[in-house]
Design a protein around this ligand. Structure first.
Ligand code: PGA
Length: 255
């Protein structure tokens, strides 16, 4: 549905992998493989890799993202990084609300909302992650869960700022497990998220919003997932650490 209105975004989430030298090497390997992509290509890297990644991607079609940011501009928040700091070093994208942050670091829907608003206020593009746990899917409450997460995360976000939000639907049971949602499951939930955006911001805004799928997307299953009408790209963990695999996914999004 109106898929042609949206340019797909393939984003790698490197998580806690790669030193700066390794980041540079991986990006150098990726650059020629994704140079003719007909989609947006992003690599979200650990904070310390950001300068190396920005240098290595300069002049290429690969954009750099961070994996999180704090909600305050500055202050007594040891080890945190603020959105203005990311903006100052020239990072255009940031992932917010990844399930690993929610699961291991106590992030809540409320802090996800605060971080989202801070990132948008600094002019960053946000990749906002939502997704249900296995128990929630088994209880049949997947749509309620993702609608609830989406609504809270976007509380106070204007229609203008929504243009800088990409939503990544990532079922928690599919992340790093090798267990992918079927193309139908991914499309069904992405469509539910789009319907939720339409309720909040209207149909045109919903049609324009990029909604990715993430969770064990790889070189083999990407084409089928990305062909779905409501799947506008992917957030890729494991497979984004291998340049040939990542480039196959980028090509699958470019058709
Ligand atoms: P995965 O991770 O592709 O390794 O499942 C996806 C993610 O966590 O964004």
């Amino acid at each position: 549905m109106n898929k042609a209105l949206r340019r797909p975004v393939i984003a790698g989430n490197w998580k806690m992998n790669k030193t700066p030298d390794e980041a540079k090497a991986l990006i150098e390997e990726m650059k020629p493989l994704v140079a003719d992509a007909d989609c947006d290509v992003v690599v979200c890297v650990p904070y310390v890799d950001i300068p190396a990644a920005l240098e290595a991607t300069a002049g290429s079609n690969i954009k750099v993202g961070a994996e999180n940011c704090h909600w305050a501009e500055s202050g007594a928040f040891t080890a945190e990084i603020s959105a203005p700091m990311l903006k100052a070093v020239g990072v255009p994208y940031v992932i917010i609300g990844h399930s690993e942050r929610r699961q291991y670091f106590g992030e809540t829907d409320v802090t996800v909302n605060q971080r989202t608003k801070a990132a948008l206020a600094s002019g960053l593009k946000v990749i906002l992650c939502v997704g249900e746990l296995l128990e929630q899917r088994e209880q049949g409450i997947t749509e309620e869960v993702v609608r609830y997460q989406t609504k809270i995360a976007l509380g106070g976000v204007s229609a203008e700022d929504l243009k800088n939000v990409i939503i990544a639907y990532e079922p928690v049971w599919a992340i790093g497990t090798g267990r992918t949602a079927t193309a139908e499951q991914a499309n069904e939930v992405n469509a539910a998220i789009r319907a939720c955006i339409a309720e909040l911001y209207g149909k045109d805004a919903a049609d324009a919003t990029v909604i990715q799928y993430g969770g064990s997307m790889n070189a083999k299953n990407a084409a089928e997932l990305l062909a779905q009408p409501d799947v506008d790209g992917g957030l890729i963990g494991g497979a984004s650490l291998k340049a040939p695999d990542f480039s196959v996914i980028v090509k699958a999004a470019s058709v």
